[in-house]
Design a binder for this molecule. Structure first.
Ligand code: RIB
Length: 295
C-alpha cells in the first residue's frame, strides 16, 4: 500500500472572530480568540489520516506546538519525522467574519527552517509509489520536489499561499496541482477575476501531464486532465468558518483516488468533506472523519 508523506507546515492558529475582515487603518474589537492546531501541511495530513490513509508528517515546530503533534497522532498521523527543536513555531493570525470568510497572515517560524540534510534523511525512508504532499509554507520546497521525483514518489503540490517564487519551482515534477481560484489565476498568468474554465484550460495547457484541481468555494470544484474536464457542485451548508476547506479537499481527493475511486467520485466526496469542514469552527479540528462523509 502506498504511503503518504506530507512534508509541510505546522502552525499554531490564532483565530479572531470579527464582524468583518479588518480594513486598512481600521481597529476592530474581536468577540473571540481561539488558539488551535493548523498549518496547511498539518491540516492536509489530518485530512488524509481522518479519511483512512497511512500518513507521515515531516516538518519543524517548537515546544509550544507539541499539542499539535498530539492531535495529529490522535488521528493516526505518524509524526516521527517532525523536528521539535525550532526556537519559534510557525503561526497564523486568522480573521473570520460573520459569514465564515477568512483572511490569514502566516509567520514561518520553524516551517522556514527545513534544511537539506533533514530532507535527505526523511526522503531516504520513502520510495517509488509513495505520495509526497506539498504546500508552499515551508523552505526547501523545490529541492524536496526534485528529490522526491528522483525517488519515484508521486507528488501533489498545493501552491498556497501563492508567491512569485512558485513560478520557478520544478512544477513539472507534480502529478497533481491543486489551486483555489486566486492561486490558479496567478499560476496561469491570468487576471484574478478570470472565469474558472479559462483558468483550468490555461493550467492544463501549461501543465499537460499534470492533473489540475481547482477549488471554487460555493461554486464547487473543477478537475482537468488530458483534455477532460469535470465539475463537482459544492454541497449546501451553513458556513461558519472556511479555514482548512482546501486542505480537506486535497486530503479527501487523494484518499479517494488511493482507494481506487474515479476522479469524479473523488471530487464529489472531497466537496462533501469540505462542506462539513466549513460548517465547523477552526482548522484541523474541523476536518471530518471518513465515517461522517461517506454515509
Ligand atoms: O489552510 C488553512 C491554514 O492556512 C491555517 O490552518 C493556517 O495555519 C494557514 O496555514
Amino acid at each position: 500500500m502506498a504511503r503518504f508523506l506530507s512534508f509541510g507546515s505546522i502552525n499554531i492558529d490564532y483565530t479572531y472572530s470579527l464582524p468583518h475582515i479588518v480594513s486598512e487603518g481600521e481597529t476592530l474589537a474581536s468577540s473571540a480568540l481561539t488558539v488551535s492546531a493548523g498549518g496547511k501541511g498539518a491540516n492536509q495530513s489530518a485530512a488524509l489520516a481522518k479519511s483512512g490513509c497511512e500518513v507521515y508528517h515531516a516538518g519543524r515546530i517548537g515546544k509550544d506546538g507539541l499539542f499539535i503533534l498530539d492531535m495529529l497522532e490522535s488521528y493516526g498521523v505518524d509524526t516521527r519525522y517532525v523536528d521539535t527543536s525550532s526556537a519559534v513555531s510557525g503561526n497564523a493570525v486568522i480573521q473570520v467574519d460573520e459569514n465564515g470568510r477568512n483572511s490569514i497572515i502566516i509567520y514561518g517560524g520553524g516551517n522556514r527552517e527545513i534544511r537539506q540534510d533533514m530532507v535527505d534523511d526523511v526522503l531516504s525512508h520513502f520510495s517509488s509509489g509513495d505520495w509526497l504532499v506539498l504546500q508552499n509554507e515551508i523552505s526547501m520546497t523545490g529541492y524536496i520536489m526534485k528529490e522526491g521525483r528522483k525517488r519515484g514518489m508521486k507528488i501533489c503540490f498545493n501552491p498556497a499561499p501563492f508567491d512569485e517564487k512558485v513560478l520557478s519551482l520544478p512544477l513539472e515534477t507534480a502529478d497533481i496541482i491543486c489551486v483555489n481560484e486566486i492561486e490558479g489565476a496567478c499560476l496561469a498568468g491570468l487576471d484574478t477575476g478570470s472565469d474558472y474554465e479559462s483558468v483550468l484550460r490555461r493550467l492544463m495547457y501549461l501543465h499537460p501531464d499534470t492533473e489540475i484541481l481547482l477549488t471554487a468555494g460555493e461554486n464547487g470544484a473543477f478537475h482537468g486532465f488530458k483534455g477532460n474536464l469535470c465539475h463537482a457542485d459544492a454541497v449546501e451548508c451553513e458556513v461558519v468558518d472556511t479555514t482548512a476547506a482546501g486542505d480537506t479537499f486535497i486530503g479527501y481527493y487523494l484518499a479517494c483516488r488511493h482507494k481506487g475511486l474515479s476522479a469524479d467520485i473523488a471530487m464529489n466526496t472531497a466537496c462533501m468533506a469540505s462542506s462539513l469542514t466549513v460548517s465547523r469552527e477552526g482548522a484541523m479540528k474541523s476536518i471530518p472523519f471518513w465515517s461522517e462523509v461517506v454515509l
